[in-house]
Design a protein around this ligand. Structure first.
Ligand code: PLP
Length: 390
């Protein structure tokens, strides 16, 4: 094998996703773009707010713009802008040295896991979960250990408590969640904080909470509680990929609670981890987002699509809880085998990702980061697929 043995499995799972992407291209060529209903990707199609372009143009036309190297954790003034924003929102007392600018949320996850994980230690994650976590765990030689959530996808605190062992270093959560759209409430997060504190005490080893929050601003009339408030040993990370529709620009950050055990050391290690991958987050877009703290895309667009999609799918017979955040639906597959059902949807020109890919078998994921007409045009196909197995 010309590639490393340990890479073979990773390449296989990446090629499954690529296959779906290629399948979409093939189907569009064969049936015409208007007749293919592709809900497989969480790639925002809502344009960035106009102020993003204005800020970008102002920066480009300004002689003072910087293109050079910088401290690896990012421009000090941008880290300060992020710390000021988080302090205003959450009153957490962050200083800029506890903020590291990263290449998206993926860059932040890679940084913080490199900073914290020893090979062979466990990252605990509630299932279903975002597939990228497998890869981030792989690069640091850690085990991604999943814990089933409750049937409504809220945290199962008893199961989490039972899953923690002396090998657990990190609990990784994501709310609003990809793929389920669930938003964890304050009570369950406080409960989680207590479980992590007690387990850290029991095993004589600090367990850190990592909160992956790229969908924080995409919620529909519910509070997305601050994780900083529930457990001090927390690292929050996010990106501007979804909230400003800048996924391709690779910009995000991580922020460490000032009361986290060894906070400064973790920030230092995360900054060094940056140098192992991309040296520093993209300079131009650091300077853009530094000026746009608190700005987001029009969430009303996603809410309208969610409502439209839910109505159509319910009418066709599908079962699911209406998601409170992110831009995904995670309906039950009408047959047990979700991979088979994704195939049946595909026969009706609909592309969906089987829940099995996210550790949530018996479901399938639909992204509604797509134009309205893709949603409305798909309802006949969804109904036919449902009726064909009933
Ligand atoms: N975490 C979750 C839950 C995601 O859904 C994604 C992307 O879809 C990421 C992390 C990676 O985000 P980014 O593109 O900002 O690196």
């Amino acid at each position: 094998m010309p590639i490393a043995d340990k890479m073979v499995k990773m390449v296989e799972s990446a090629s499954m996703i690529r296959k779906m992407f290629e399948e979409g291209i093939r189907m569009r060529e064969k049936y015409g773009a208007d007749n293919v209903f592709d809900f497989s990707l969480g790639n925002p199609d809502v344009p960035p707010p106009a102020v993003v372009k204005e800020t970008l143009l102002n920066l480009i036309n300004n002689e003072a713009i910087s293109h050079g190297y910088m401290p690896n954790p990012g421009y000090p003034h941008v880290r300060q802008a992020v710390a000021d924003y988080l302090n205003k929102e959450y009153d957490v007392g962050l200083t800029s040295d506890l903020v590291v600018m990263t290449a998206g949320a993926a860059g932040a996850l890679n940084d913080v896991l490199r900073a914290l994980m020893n090979p062979g230690e466990d990252i605990l994650v509630p299932a279903p979960y975002f597939v990228g976590y497998n890869q981030y765990a792989f690069v640091v030689g850690a085990n991604l250990k999943t814990v089933a959530s409750q049937s409504d996808f809220h945290l199962d605190l008893d199961a989490i408590q039972a899953a923690i062992t002396e090998k657990t270093r990190v609990m990784l959560i994501n709310s609003p969640n990809n793929p389920t759209g669930i938003v964890y409430n304050k009570a369950e997060l406080l409960g989680l904080g207590k479980v992590l504190d007690a387990a850290s005490e029991k095993f004589g080893k600090r367990i850190y909470l990592i909160s992956d929050e790229p969908y924080r601003k995409i919620s529909y009339g519910v509070d997305v509680p601050s994780v900083f408030d529930v457990y001090p040993h927390t690292i929050v990370l996010t990106s501007y990929s979804k909230e400003l529709s800048l996924a391709g620009e690779r910009i995000g950050y991580l922020a460490i609670h000032p009361k986290a055990e060894d906070a400064a050391m973790i920030a230092g290690a995360a900054g060094v981890a940056n140098t192992m991958m991309y040296v520093n987050a993209p300079a131009l877009f650091q300077q853009v987002v530094g000026q746009l703290q608190g700005v987001s895309v029009d969430i009303g667009i996603y809410k309208r699509r969610r409502d439209m999609f839910c109505e159509g799918l319910q009418a066709a017979g599908y079962e699911f809880d209406v998601p409170e955040g992110a831009f995904y639906l995670f309906p039950k597959s009408p047959i047990e085998d979700d991979i088979k059902f994704a195939g049946i949807l595909q026969e009706n020109n609909i592309l969906a990702v089987p829940g099995t890919a996210f550790g949530g078998p018996g479901h399938f994921r639909l992204s509604y980061a797509v134009p309205d007409k893709t949603i409305t045009g798909s309802f006949d196909g969804f109904k036919k697929a449902f009726d064909s197995v009933k």
